[in-house]
Design a protein around this ligand. Sequence first.
Ligand SMILES: N[C@@H](CCC(=O)N[C@@H](CS)C(=O)NCC(=O)O)C(=O)O
Length: 212
Amino acid sequence: MKLYSYYRSQATFRVRIALNLKGLKREDSFVHLEHGDQYAGEYKALNPQMVVPTLIDGGAKLFQSMAILEYLEEKYPEPPILPKDPLARAWVRGFALVNVADSHPLIVPRVRKYFTEVLKLGEAERLGWIRHWIRLGLEAMETLLAEHRESGRFCHGTAPTVADICLVTQVTPAQMFKVELAPYQRAMRVYESAMAIPAFAEAHPSKQPDAE
Ligand SMILES: N[C@@H](CCC(=O)N[C@@H](CS)C(=O)NCC(=O)O)C(=O)O
């Protein structure tokens, strides 16, 4: 498998974790988002949204991290990253989408760039925006964990799922943008449990060969 990746990309981090959990080997191809590699001809032709990740498996192109996680689960079911029970699956997917659909898209580089280059907003406003949406996602996750009977060490049950993967990719930008994490004790407990697993730890942005 070939993974088009950028060390700081939260969406790619999700895919790296899932590949590691399932013991799948990959070759990385690095797309430097700050240098604008995503807009270059070859990558633009591969991924028309000009975003990472893109995963190539057996010559087929896969895009959008959530679709890739679902694909990996269907094609390589062991160990599972979704529960069996339909209600639990829906909860796990819903939890994951707090990050993937409603929080992360608001803080991606192209949105941040629009602030400075088009709206001409200053650093304080840009940072305020980023921190606001990260906090809102964390608050929702904290409440969901508090009301979910099957959360504890992990978001759901006794093994990591897609929910834990997406909780981790909510917390890492919070750390990067210096959001106060003390109010999110349940989320941080899950974060620590997940990051104690090598599949998560080795996928962390700081462990990638292109990390700066
Ligand atoms: N919904 C997409 C998001 C992909 C995405 O926005 N990736 C970011 C990095 S985390 C990116 O490549 N951004 C490039 C840019 O904003 O210019 C997914 O989950 O795969």
